[in-house]
Design a protein around this ligand. Structure first.
Ligand code: C6P
Length: 421
């Protein structure tokens, strides 16, 4: 089931889920910690923390090198983690899963390795106005180097992609369009984009599609076959895993045809002084010592999410989103950005409140133990589109409750009262 059509009624036992996250028992001063910043980074369950601890205590060793037992164990666990990630996103072949440091590195890998080999002067890369800087800047750098053009699909007032404008871009540039880079879910608006449609239309002109899954893979069922894309990038730390580990999934034939990104150890077959031959997938794209413990713990995070059920994860967030949209809209002076219904979005709420600066707002909320992000959320072109410099942003995940949304609303009312004088 795709994220944008999920209508599951499966539910989560949130009390039991919360008990798995040690940090949620913390207080901020005398207030309970109300963590509403999972779009920036999620919290980690005991099982993930334990997996990291276990790796470093019991079998820490470099992978694919040692011929002693703990190295073999580390290698097996690392490759098992790759298998778990492949299964989690419906990839048929483990070799299509490349471990990176995160979404940012995954996209850079494609921009440099694929881009340099395939993009020529006058070619076109299409992005969208709602992309994270990670899915803009690598393309800009590559396009400048290759003499290519960047075009952007505009965003409507309600925070959706303007697909008619996309069609016009494809009609204007036709076969010169080489790749479409689109986020599955906006980290600022929460919009769930129709990436299958975007990819189908790209393919019709011969272009590839890269989907930024940083905000979708953690939040609902995502299957690379259903997406119809050629590349999918995402980060472990937003899906209950550790920081410093992420994934690039790519179609095997495309990855095989690509030159390497980083050169170094582990990615070679044979090195001579003046030239080298490269390892097969996935090692070709994993130069140097990998983040083994982090990859293993990411595999455990996928186990945890799979046990919850990704449809239940999506249903929980959809219910919480519907509740939050109602609660936030009831606050006078609050302007909420993004699509109006919970069906079209995930649990990300960007807003402004009267003329209170979002940073001031976030500081006042912090006094109440409520953690939200304030700023441009690494989406400055989107801020420009809405004539903003910053918003406050609350975001939810598997462990959040309606009571925490109530706490957010109460803290916002308190902020209003402070600024009323
Ligand atoms: N967004 C946020 O607070 P990294 O930093 O490589 O793990 O992920 C980058 C990234 C790429 N795409 C999207 C859609 C994202 O949301 C992010 C990370 C965080 O919104 C930190 S800026």
């Amino acid at each position: 089931m795709a994220l944008d059509t999920a209508a599951s009624t499966a539910t989560l036992d949130v009390v039991a889920v919360r008990a798995d996250f040690p940090i949620l028992g913390e207080t901020v001063g005398d207030k309970p910690l109300t963590y509403l910043d999972s779009a920036a980074s999620s919290q980690k369950p005991e099982a993930v923390i334990r997996a990291l601890d276990d790796y470093y205590r019991r079998y820490n060793a470099n992978v694919h090198r040692g011929i002693y037992q703990i190295s073999e164990r580390a290698t097996a666990a690392y490759e098992e983690a790759r298998h778990k990630v492949a299964r989690f996103i419906g990839a048929a072949d483990n070799r299509e899963v490349i471990f990176t440091r995160g979404t940012t590195e995954s996209i850079n890998l494609v921009a440099y390795a694929w881009g340099r080999a395939n993009v020529r002067q006058g070619d076109v890369i299409i992005v969208t106005e709602m992309e994270h800087h990670s899915n803009l800047v690598p393309w800009q750098i590559m396009a400048q180097e290759r003499g290519a053009l960047i075009e952007a699909i505009p965003v409507t007032d309600e925070g959706r992609l303007d697909l008619e404008a996309y069609d016009r871009l494809l009609a204007r540039h036709g076969g010169r369009v080489k790749l479409v880079a689109v986020t599955h879910v906006s980290n600022t608006l929460g919009t769930v984009n129709p990436v299958r449609e975007v990819a189908d239309r790209a393919r019709a002109v011969g272009a590839l599609t890269l989907v930024d899954g940083a905000q979708s893979v953690p939040h609902g069922p995502v299957n690379v076959g259903d997406l119809g894309c050629d590349f999918l990038a995402f980060s472990g730390h937003k899906m209950l895993g550790p920081m410093g580990i992420g994934v690039l999934w790519g179609k095997r034939a495309i990855l095989e045809a690509m030159p390497p990104f980083n050169g170094g150890g582990s990615m070679i077959k044979r090195v001579a002084l003046k030239e080298s031959t490269y390892a097969d997938l996935p090692n070709k794209f994993e130069a140097g010592t990998p983040s083994t413990g982090d990859a293993i713990a990411l595999g455990v995070a996928t186990d945890y999410l799979t046990a919850l059920g990704m449809e239940a994860v999506r249903a929980h967030e959809r219910d919480l989103t519907a509740y939050a949209l109602d609660r936030l809209r009831a606050i006078g002076g609050l302007t909420l950005y993004g699509p109006p219904t919970a069906e079209e979005r995930t649990g990300v709420f960007s807003f402004t409140l009267d003329d209170i600066h979002p940073h001031d707002l976030a500081s006042i909320l912090d006094e109440d133990g409520v953690c939200v992000r304030a700023g441009h959320h690494c989406t400055q072109p989107l801020m420009d589109r809405f004539g903003l410099t910053a918003t406050a942003r609350a975001s939810v995940y598997v462990y959040n409750t309606p009571e925490e949304i109530d706490r957010l609303a109460a803290a916002l009312e308190r902020a209003k009262a402070i600024f009323a004088f």
